[in-house]
Write a protein that binds this ligand. Structure first.
Ligand code: HEC
Length: 116
């Protein structure tokens, strides 16, 4: 009995935990794109774009290593803009948070991670 209760708790909790990183994403305002990366993107992609936290531990919803220049350099700006606006799998859509022009201005931040 107790075991059934515990496992149903786990089942109910799982979807809630899975979407935690996408909860309470702030809306973009102003002109500080680096700050917006830290506020809205770094929770999944890492402050340094690698999808890892400051201790090198992979973040729960990381999906792409922007510091992997071999992979990142094959990606087109237009695709990155589209994915940021429309989302993809666990990557949330930002079209209600940023204008396409704002997303375009974040591209240099994403490119910079691979440039080192
Ligand atoms: C809730 C976690 C989460 C947040 C927040 C998030 N991302 Fe993502 N992002 C992902 C995941 C997961 C993927 C991989 C999607 C896939 O390919 O299945 C991804 C993929 C991407 C890609 C495509 C990379 C590629 O070429 O495959 C771009 C570009 C991107 N994110 C930009 C951003 C930007 C910019 C922000 C902030 C404005 C952001 N992301 C916030 C989880 C997140």
């Amino acid at each position: 009995m107790r075991r059934i209760f515990l496992s149903s708790l786990l089942l109910m909790g799982a979807p809630l935990f899975a979407s935690d990183a996408a909860k309470d994403l702030p809306k973009f305002s102003g002109s500080d794109y680096q700050k917006y990366w830290n506020d809205a993107c770094a929770r999944c992609h890492g402050a340094n774009g690698s999808g890892r936290d400051n201790n090198g531990k992979p973040l729960p919803d990381n999906g792409f290593d922007f510091t992997d220049s071999r992979k990142a350099n094959k990606k087109k700006d237009g695709d990155w803009i589209k994915i940021t606006l429309d989302g993809k799998d666990k990557m949330p859509a930002f079209k209600d948070k940023m204008t396409p022009a704002d997303v375009e201005k974040m591209i240099p931040i994403m490119r910079k991670f691979a440039a080192k």
